[in-house]
Design a protein around this ligand. Structure first.
Ligand code: NAD
Length: 430
């Protein structure tokens, strides 16, 4: 990787610092992850051999509450990536006013190459390795790319075995039967949908007049595509890791969803079908082509660094809603701004996942469980309130929506850091 993703993330922080009054001590604290753990996870494979995987857990900042953030399984996972994802979680939780800090975890692995039993052994081994670093009051993991409720179930069970007590609040995104929350499965897509609806109303765009392209048809991308389709938007393109499909009349998203679900692998862990094989009238296109389609709304919902200085000039969408974490590089931000493309940033748009994770943690600790309707109502209230705040900051200060989101989060983080008295502690002038 040419440039560090964390230093790219930090450039956003520096941009936002110009528009907010927080102490230099607080700003300096936020430039570095608080704690990073690297572990080796030995896993007995089905053929009897032993493989050792690298795993990470990072607590970026926990001033506002226990760290919170998902666990990613992917061959490209590095400590740098996990640190930057933990950085984003810090700002995301603050932007949504959740009483949580930012964390993240990951294992460098292609999980699709493992059997279900190997995957379970790896997941339990990862928890064995990081058990002393996490906890309901310390750091609370959740699913991310290529991890899901099934894997969270194994992990929470392993943690409970280690602690010798029922510990549902240590991990969110669990199966419902293990203390998961109603609505967590759809939360990220649902939260993004609430933000898109609220922001499109502000700019006066009606669903029927709005075309959409979605890169990444996974948990988050497929849900937001479906909700937009149901609301009357014309979703003209979707893609997954194998490529994409395009139809100018609009795709039938429910049947694509059904196709993907019916091609879930035998192990019921990962989907093996690709949107490219759907039985609809469509043109096949690459992920690169999807990004440069002439649409109203572009939704990157796959991995980070999809829009960079290399392809930003070719982007034609009018609005970008970042459902993925970090899909646009800091260099590309400036090019998109010059082209008058409005980017709604990840730390706002995809915060529905962590918000319902927070609800799950609250329910686990109180023992009182909410209906899906109650979860979605609370989610909508929080997403729309914070999106409105951020939009207002962007208008008042004439800055990008991304910088406004950082400004919003930073002022809360700065208040919390200052309230803890870091000035006194570090300057020593009590
Ligand atoms: P997922 O594993 O369910 O789906 C990822 C999708 O991206 C799959 O369809 C996969 O085929 C596709 N993909 C992988 N590589 C690709 C590539 N090179 N080009 C195009 N598509 C590719 O993951 P998810 O949970 O939907 O997460 C997607 C993004 O959203 C990630 O950036 C994640 O960090 C972010 N996110 C997810 C959640 C959540 O709750 N699921 C919450 C916040 C943020």
């Amino acid at each position: 990787m040419a440039t560090s993703i964390l230093s790219d993330a930090n450039r956003r922080l520096e941009r936002a610092l110009k528009y907010v009054t927080i102490s230099e001590d607080a700003a300096e604290r936020l430039r570095y992850p608080k704690a990073s753990l690297t572990v080796s996870i030995p896993v007995r494979m089905d053929d009897g051999s032993l493989r050792v995987f690298q795993g990470y857990r990072v607590r970026y900042d926990d001033t506002r509450g226990p760290a919170k953030g998902g666990i990613r399984y992917h061959p490209s996972v590095t400590l740098d990536e996990v640190q930057s994802l933990a950085f984003w979680m810090t700002f995301k939780c603050a932007a949504l006013n959740l009483p949580l800090g930012g964390g993240k975890g990951g294992v460098t692995v292609n999980p699709k190459e493992l059997s279900k039993f190997e995957l379970e052994r790896l997941s339990r081994g990862y928890i064995d390795a990081i058990a002393d670093f996490i906890g309901p009051d310390v750091d609370i993991p959740a699913p991310d790319v290529y991890t899901n409720a099934l894997i969270m179930g194994w992990m929470v069970d392993q943690y409970s075995i280690i602690r010798r007590k029922h510990s549902p609040a240590v991990i969110t995104g669990k199966p419902l039967s293990m203390g998961g929350s109603e609505g967590r499965d759809t939360a990220t897509g649902m939260g993004a949908f609430y933000v898109i609806e609220a922001m499109m109303a502000k700019v006066g765009k009606l669903p029927q007049m709005t075309t959409v392209a979605v890169q990444g048809f996974g948990n988050a991308g497929s849900i937001v595509a479906r909700l937009l389709f149901d609301a009357g938007y014309r979703v003209v393109a979707v893609s997954d890791s194998q490529g994409g499909v395009f139809s100018p009349q609009g795709l039938d998203i429910p049947s694509i969803q059904q196709f993907k679900t019916s091609h879930r692998s035998l192990q019921a862990v990962y989907c093996e079908g690709t949107v490219c094989n759907i039985m609809q009238d469509h043109t096949i296109l690459t992920n690169e082509d999807l990004l440069t389609l002439d649409v109203d709304i572009l939704i990157p919902a796959a991995l980070e660094n999809q829009i960079t200085a290399e392809n930003a000039a070719q982007i034609q969408a009018r609005y970008i809603f970042e459902v993925a974490n970090g899909p646009i590089s800091a260099d590309a931000d400036l090019i998109l701004e010059d082209k008058d493309i409005t980017v709604f940033p990840d730390i706002l748009v995809n915060a529905g996942g962590v918000t319902v994770s927070y609800f799950e943690w609250v329910q686990n600790r109180s023992g009182l469980y909410w209906s899906r309707q109650e979860v979605n109502q609370r989610l909508q209230g929080m997403m729309v309130t914070e999106a409105d705040h951020i939009w207002q900051i962007a208008q008042e200060k004439t800055i990008s929506v991304r910088t406004a989101a950082y400004v919003h989060a930073l002022s809360r983080l700065g208040d919390a850091l200052n309230a803890k008295g870091i000035r006194d502690d570090y300057v020593g002038n009590r």
